[in-house]
Design a protein around this ligand. Structure first.
Ligand SMILES: Nc1ncnc2c1ncn2[C@@H]1O[C@H](COP(=O)(O)OP(=O)(O)OP(=O)(O)O)[C@@H](O)[C@H]1O
Length: 364
């Protein structure tokens, strides 16, 4: 039997472009090994973003491409994946066993930051990652409701020192709302809030996490700045609507994170359009392409755009966010695409940090 060549195998593999890596797997450095024995070929691939859901489909596609090589009698494709650790960007001590901390922030209230945070977190978990969610939005801690955690639920404690996170929809969650009662004064002073949140963050037994998503308080004031400086954050995601006013606030958000040397991994444009449930007509009621222009200005990217959708609101209110309710619905797929792009942005950052000596960028 004739021997197929390595270049034939490579050409077949190059035919598939990974939509999240935006490249073929060879160029992206994901092909770990190619073994050829006569007409038989076996390929090992390693992806650096959570791909438990995707890997079967990718393997199938590549196997078919390999089987189409002239002279190929059998082909096998093995795909593994892992999540790399991003060191904290602001020289704050990392949380043991937590590989990546992502702050989800918005310059302005009510743009859908909490909805975005919970759906991104569940989307990452659906792809096989170990994910935690910290509700740091002290002004309106809503994650308990969105996760369907029963009112009055308190986290268990260990040795009077550690909180055990509350599990819901495959996430480990913690929220100030789990700790306060109706009689607890919610008029906190800034330093007290930051201190309390730091305590929750560091005294929770998160266990091994690939990602800890932090739902930040809205705005860019002192509390947000203090938290960004104190939390060992790997990167930030800014949620905005395409409306001018929200974009102006998102700009402040980007600038705040830059000031404390936290990379903005991307933006999520929420309520980017309304799709009429009667006729399917898409209308850009808050303006068009604003986030894209802002992302360009700040050399970052739009990770995803979500429509204004009754389904998104209803599912959050009911305690089963859309991605948990039906992970293949149209809007769920939008969150899942965005979460994978976020995972790839973090993986690239981790790879770049490994390849480069660390440098300090000072303000001019
Ligand atoms: N894409 C969407 N389509 C429809 N409704 C949405 C969408 N995103 C968020 N909402 C709804 O908008 C309201 C505000 O959302 P959310 O609480 O996530 O915003 P937020 O920015 O976290 O607010 P806050 O500033 O109060 O913390 C909620 O009722 C939520 O269900």
């Amino acid at each position: 039997m004739s021997q197929i060549s390595r270049s034939q195998v490579e050409a077949a593999l190059a035919g598939y472009t990974d939509p999240y890596l935006e490249s073929d797997l060879l160029s992206a450095g994901c092909v770990r090994d190619i073994r050829i024995d006569g007409g038989r070929v076996e390929v090992d691939i390693h992806l650096d973003y959570p791909s438990e859901f995707l890997k079967g489909g990718i393997a199938q596609m590549l196997q078919t491409a390999l089987e189409n090589i002239d002279g190929c009698s059998a082909a096998a494709v093995n795909i593994g994946w892992s999540v790399a650790e991003n060191k904290s960007q602001n020289s704050v001590e990392a949380i043991t066993q937590v590989k990546n901390i992502v702050a989800v922030a918005s310059g302005k209230g009510g743009v859908g930051k909490s909805t975005t945070a919970v759906n991104l977190a569940i989307a990452l978990a659906k792809d096989g990652a170990k994910v935690g969610l910290l509700d740091a939005d002290i002004y309106g801690p809503s994650q308990g409701i969105m996760l369907g955690v029963e009112d009055g639920t308190r986290p268990e404690t260990i040795d009077n020192k550690w909180f055990v996170p509350v599990e819901a929809h495959g996430l480990k969650s913690m929220s100030m709302a789990y700790l306060v009662t109706e009689s607890t004064p919610m008029v906190w002073r800034g330093p007290m809030v930051a201190g309390a949140l730091m305590q929750i963050l560091t005294q929770t037994q998160w266990g091994e996490l690939d990602y800890l998503i932090i739902d930040m308080p809205p705005g860019t004031g002192d509390i947000q700045l203090t938290l960004s400086q104190k939390f060992p954050v790997s990167g930030a995601v800014i949620v905005t609507t395409p409306q001018d006013i929200a974009l102006a606030d998102a700009k402040k958000g980007v600038e705040m994170f830059r000031k404390v040397n936290i990379p903005v991994l991307g933006m999520i444009e929420n309520m980017s359009m309304h799709i009429c449930s009667q006729c399917g007509h898409a209308e850009h009621i808050f303006g068009e392409d604003g986030a894209e222009r802002l992302a360009e200005t700040y050399n970052t990217t739009v990770l995803g755009s979500l429509p204004l959708s009754k389904y998104i609101r209803e599912q959050s209110d009911a305690g089963t966010p859309v991605v948990a309710a039906d992970d293949c619905s149209e809007v769920s797929m939008m969150y899942r695409h965005a979460s994978r792009r976020l995972a790839v942005a973090l993986a690239r950052q981790a790879a770049a940090a490994q390849a480069m000596p660390s440098i300090e960028i000072a303000d001019e």
